[in-house]
Structures are given as structure tokens and as C-alpha cells.
Write a protein that binds this ligand. Sequence first.
Ligand code: PDD
Length: 253
Amino acid sequence: VYEVIRVYGGRAFLLPEHLDRLARSAGGIRLEVPMETGPLASAVEDLIARGRLDCGMVYLQLTRGRAPRNHVFPRARPTLLFYLRELPPPPPTGGEAVRLLSVADERWRNCWIKSIALLPNVLAKNRAVEAGCDEAVFIEEGRVSECSASNFFAVAKGTLITAPAGEKVLGGITRAAILEEARRLGVKVEERSPGEAEARAADELFIASTTREISHVVGWDGKPAGGGRCGPLTRRLHKSLRRRIESAQARRR
Ligand code: PDD
């Protein structure tokens, strides 16, 4: 299992939330995180300080450890590793303009586990890129679940719609922060998988992840979508997320 954590101003953003999800993912595959949350959080922050990383990410990976190949869980010491990478900050309001390609959802029913077994996601993403798109959007039984490496949001008549985290959707940390911001702003939120036709006709579409923050969707399967621009609610939610990022930096300096 793994985590990708954003670093802004030399601090890990939403670190407790990421470490909670790591513990849930590990529990989902009957693996224990070999460190308590407090010391692990300190170790991550220490690495950021030692690496003098200002803006970037931490990649953290937990596996069962070194052992001869076997399907049976080994009696090995788990391997927990994390490293830093510099990343430029995403464009401020509305992020990147992205185009989606629909791909049938062939993944397992435990997508809430942030597992490094990402083959269907990788294949889907590559099909999207080969088609001149930026992200693959998974469709199952006419409903939109999420994208290959991001959560999917639609705005229809001022209501924010996104699929509930669970079998087919990762509980994105960015997704949760956006939903909190939306509720705080008094935006109506519906956690349900939007129908494909409904999503294609939505007033605004965007995707969200740790590395992207928010990217507004302008095209889908070669046709304009999400109004073909960054919509006003998308812009508002991104501004609100950015304020939260900035206040987290200021608080923790
Ligand atoms: N991807 N859904 C999937 C399938 C993802 O892989 C990701 C994140 C998300 C968004 O989750 P979060 O907001 O916690 O980043 C949703 C990361 C960034 C990656 O694999 O690089």
C-alpha cells in the first residue's frame, strides 16, 4: 500500500489524514504499519526538513518485506520507505485544463485500499494518453466512479456530485477536503455516482488529487464537456482549498 502526500512551504499537507488512510489500507490487506502514527509523522517531517524540500511530495510505500516469492504472507519484517520529490505548484485557480477518455472499470471491488497493484489504472491512463487525453475516467454500468489517479466531480444546477468512497472509489484526501470546503460554503453536496449521461451534460466537471489539487475538465471522449471551461463553482472550491493550504503553512511555520 502507498501514500502520496503534498508538501507546501516545507510542510506535509493533511499528513494525519494520509497516515490514517495508510493504516486503513494496511488493515484492508492484513498488514500492520510497523511504526506508531506520531513517530511516523515526525520521521516524514524530519525527512522534508533534511531534504530542504519546499514544494513537492512525499511518496510512502509499505510492503510485506523481503522474502522468497510465495502467495502466502511471509513472516518478514514489513518494508516501509518514503522519499521526497520536488514538484511545481499546480496552476492556482481551476488548475490544469484536462480531457478525459472513458474506460470500462475492470478493477477489483476494494478500490478504497490505496494499493500499489495499479495495473488496471496504469493501462487505463495509457489508453487515455495515447488518445491525446490527460486522464481515464472509469465507467461501470453507466455510472462514473473515479479516474485512474484522481476523484471525479460534477456540478449540476449548483449541486456538487461525487461518487461515495468505497468498492470502486478511493477516499481521496483532496476529495474529503473539497467536500468539507463545499459544505462550509453552503454548497449542496450529493455523494452518489453520477450517471454517465448526467455527467456529460453537467455544467462543470473537475477532477482532484494530491498532486493536481483541482483540474477542470474541458473535454471528454473528444467532445467538449464541463462547459468547455473552468466553471465558477470549480474556481470557488479551488480558491477555498488554496486558502486552506496557505493557512496550514502559516500555522505550522
Ligand atoms: N493518486 N483515486 C485514485 C485511483 C487515485 O490514485 C488517487 C490519488 C485519487 C485521489 O486521492 P488523493 O486526493 O488522496 O490524492 C483518487 C495519487 C496522487 C497517485 O497515485 O499518484
